[in-house]
Design a protein around this ligand. Structure first.
Ligand code: NDP
Length: 399
């Protein structure tokens, strides 16, 4: 039994909140606090009446004093940050000021540089440790479940993992020529940046979308996928002893890539502010305003996602290959919680991470990435709460 303060009321938060309410034995009380209070109230109106008591509040998560006051009033056991990566450090500051455990799904990114790295959050480690509070970083799907899968593979299947390929396939079709499945600003910043992978202890940089492969995904079929930089590569490179290479691939359809290229070519994906009719505007933020709201894609999206990890390494001196993945159906998710699978596959692990920190199963004062914890309770919870995993000992490999 515990109390969680959930910050944000967007696509991912909505799923996590539905799941907290399904899991009322763990979450007997939640507060939903976000910039736009009406979105928090709408979620409360939809979910009120169950065993989880719900309150709402308005908060600017960039204002540490406001956050600190809110935490002091509500006294949660855990703060689940489902706002945007820009808010991470402010929310961590408020957790430190109030000695409250912290969970998020995406690492800090400064608003003026499209560069996501863990260094800013890792710098809080000693202060969290001294305060006796736990920070769990990256409890979504990727990062999140991919880190739990890695810890599980290392614990049960390998002595050493040498090669890891993370494959993120979304075969959902929303019927629009161009839309992003989660926050467009974050999504476009991620895919228009240079790619990179981790090899023999250092980064190898690629041009955006330079490396393409085709992979035959279980339950989906062959899809084009492209190598991207992704945040979990940084922590897994540190936390998997003996790892030689980690790569991350995401599938994109041709229509998405053609639109993105065109938007890039005309300057619409830039994060440099420009003067427009006497006002400064950021082209990417303007683009976000004209694109479909990811939350509106739920009813339209059909098809499946398949996200997983292919491991290669050694067990008892012999070579071994192992694939762990989850397949999730957009329409099933929509039926259950009113959101498509991209929000679902992030919101469910966010709820599970908050539960394990809150009930003390994952107590580890300091700032920790998800793969640093015992994976077994999380793996069980995935099966129980809607993201069952599958495994294979002889997957198709990525060349
Ligand atoms: P949305 O844009 O749908 O939701 C973000 C929410 O945060 C909105 O409710 C927004 O308020 C609120 N917010 C933004 N700024 C502030 C602020 N200063 N103070 C208070 N609230 C604020 O994003 P998503 O739900 O798609 O994504 C949420 C997080 O999940 C992101 O960090 C994203 O990077 C991460 N993510 C992680 C994944 C993973 O697998 N690890 C996958 C997908 C997403 P308002 O309604 O007013 O705009």
């Amino acid at each position: 039994m515990g109390k969680a303060l959930i910050i944000g009321a967007g696509g991912v938060a909505s799923v996590a909140i539905h799941k907290c309410c399904q899991n009322a034995d763990a979450f007997n009380e939640i507060m939903i606090a976000s910039r736009t209070k009406s979105k928090c109230d709408a979620l409360k109106a939809k979910l009120d009446g169950g065993r989880t008591k719900i309150q709402t509040a308005q908060v600017d998560a960039d204002n540490v004093e406001q956050l600190t006051n809110l935490i002091n009033e509500f006294k949660p056991d855990v703060v689940l940050n489902l706002a945007l990566p820009y808010q991470d450090l402010h929310i961590m500051d408020a957790c430190l000021a109030t000695k409250t455990d912290y969970v998020d799904t995406a690492n800090y990114e400064p608003e003026d540089t499209a560069k996501f790295e863990y260094k800013w959050q890792w710098a809080y480690h000693d202060r969290f440790k001294d305060a006796g509070i736990t920070a769990l970083l990256g409890s979504g799907f990727d990062p999140g479940v991919t880190g739990v899968f890695s810890a599980y593979a290392l614990k049960h299947k390998f002595d050493t993992i040498e090669y890891l390929d993370i494959l993120d396939c979304n075969a959902g079709d929303h019927g629009y020529p161009f839309a992003t499945n989660f926050n467009p600003e974050i999504n476009i910043r991620e895919v228009s940046a240079n790619g990179s992978y981790w090899e023999n202890g250092h980064w190898v940089e690629t041009k955006p979308m330079e490396i393409k492969r085709v992979y035959n995904f279980p339950e989906i079929g062959p899809k084009d996928m492209y190598l991207l930089h992704h945040e979990e590569l940084e922590s897994l490179g540190k936390n998997l002893p003996g790892i030689k290479r980690i790569r991350f691939f995401m599938t994109f359809g041709q229509s998405y890539l053609t639109h993105l290229k065109c938007l890039e070519n005309v300057g619409m994906t830039s994060i440099e502010p420009i003067d427009f009719e006497g006002k400064k505007i950021v082209p990417l933020q303007f683009l976000k305003a004209v694109l479909p709201d990811p939350a509106s894609l739920g009813p339209r999206t059909k098809g499946k996602t398949n996200i997983g990890c292919i491991f290669r390494g050694k067990k008892d001196g012999k070579d071994r290959t192992y694939y762990l993945y989850n397949v999730c159906d957009h329409q099933e998710c929509y039926k259950e919680v009113g959101s498509q699978a991209v929000s679902y596959t992030t919101g469910v692990p966010a709820m599970i991470g908050a539960m394990l920190v809150m009930n003390g199963t994952w107590k580890r004062p300091g700032v920790n990435n998800i793969e640093e914890f015992d994976p077994d309770p999380f793996m069980d919870a995935l099966n129980r709460w809607g993201l069952p995993w599958q495994e294979s000992d002889n997957p198709e490999l990525v060349e």
